[in-house]
Structures are given as C-alpha cells and as structure tokens.
Design a protein around this ligand. Sequence first.
Ligand code: ADP
Ligand code: MG
Length: 254
Amino acid sequence: MPRVIAIANQKGGVGKTTTAVNLGACLADLGYRVLVVDLDPQGNASTGLGINVRELETSMYDVILHDAPLEDCVEGTAIRNLLVAPSALDLAGAEIELVPAFSREMRLRNAIEQVRDDFDYVLIDCPPSLGLLTVNAMAAAREVLVPIQCEYYALEGLGQLIRNVNLVKKNLNRELQVSTIVLVMYDARTKLSDQVGQEVREHFGDKVCRQVIPRTVRLSEAPSYGQPIIAFDPSSRGAIAYRELAKEVSRGPA
Ligand code: ADP
Ligand code: MG
C-alpha cells in the first residue's frame, strides 16, 4: 500500500499546493513512485506540474463523479516517477453534485484503491475548505499533513481542522491521523516566524518537521513555468529545503 497523505488546511494561500508539488517532486527524486492528486478545482497543482487543464480529456471530476478509472486521468510530468491526477474547474461543482451521490465520502478512497500497487506515495492536494472533497481526501488518506504559514493568525482555524479530522476518523476512517506539520513561508528575519514556530512546536511536538520551508521568491515563480522547484532552480534555498523535507517525511510519521 502507498502512504496516502492528505495535504489540508481550509485556509487558502497557506502553501498546500506548493508543498504537494515540491514534496512530491523531491520524493520522486529520491526514487519513490509518487502520485499527486489535485483535488482543488483551481487546478494549481496540475498547472504547477506543467499540465494544461483546458486540454484534459479526463480529470479528477470524472473520477470522483462518474467513476472514471483513476489511471485514465493520470498524466506524466517533467520529473521521473512523478505523476499527477489533474483537476479541472468543473470539480467546483462536485461539492454540490456529490451531496446526493451513493457513498459520496468514499469516491476517492475507492479510486486510489485501483492504483495501490503503482505508487509508494499518494499526496492529495486539498481545496481550501472542509467540504466533501476534503472529506474524500481524509477518508482516503492515512495521514494528514498540515502546512502552517509562519504568520499571525496561523493557528486560527486549526481547531476546526482537527475536529474534522477526528470526525472522519470516528465515522469513516479509523486509521486517520494528523501525522505531519510543516512550517512554511518561514522568514528568518522576523521574530514572528520564530514565535509561530515555537508555539506550533509546543503544541504539536514531534509531529512538526524539523525542516522549515523558507519564504523565497523562487518558490512562488516556479509554478508559472509549470515546474517544481528542483527542476526550475535546483540549487535554490527552496529546492534544498523541500529536498530535506522529503527525506524527513520518508523516514515515516512521528
Ligand atoms: P494553497 O494551496 O494553500 O492555497 P499555495 O501553495 O498556492 O497555497 O501558496 C499560496 C501562494 O504563496 C502562491 O502564490 C505560492 O506561489 C506562494 N508560496 C507558497 N509557498 C511559498 C514560499 N515558501 N515562499 C514564497 N512564496 C510561497
Ligand atoms: Mg492550493
């Protein structure tokens, strides 16, 4: 079985997609077979991995809503061993279309089951909400990875996220746990980054990765070239940080 990790935080702009793309790329670079599942209708993980979402024949929408086989939707990327299951804008309707659907929370879990022998890691990039798509991700995963932006208000909303994880754990997926917290957009020049980091470590202990991800312009530029940072600028600080993070994650959950 692959390690299935949902990358979740209901806030937008906190580094979920950047982490899904770059952690995925770095795990693939370590030799693991990695699938990034893009569950955000915005499709940022897909475009960040070089996919033109307007030209897709099959997307995660068809997998989640119409039982299309997951392997029909999987596309290659510029990184060896790294594949992506892209999303398209129509996935936005899925939150509503799923409501009356049969086993609506288990769609993704069943889809990933079909490719379980093909991957070592499945990273699910969640949308910025706690709706049915995120519930699908949490029902399919064993682990939740939460990126936390080193900013004021960073911890706001975390209680709600953890309550939702516990609800899914109780009702749908007993094995689920918040396994990994990653501090992202860390700015070593500010006291605030340090304070947030300390507070998160006090609260979550060894679930918090030692490696932090710095705030760097190069990380924000890479997606517009459709490339993970290790392809776009292999010697940049962001590339080095995500490589280290991948090693840490590959050692297993705390
Ligand atoms: P989310 O998926 O949670 O909405 P993103 O990963 O898309 O968040 O990040 C939000 C914005 O911040 C994007 O423009 C992204 O390029 C940028 N960004 C993410 N991580 C970093 C970082 N470490 N340094 C600088 N910019 C970043
Ligand atoms: Mg995103």
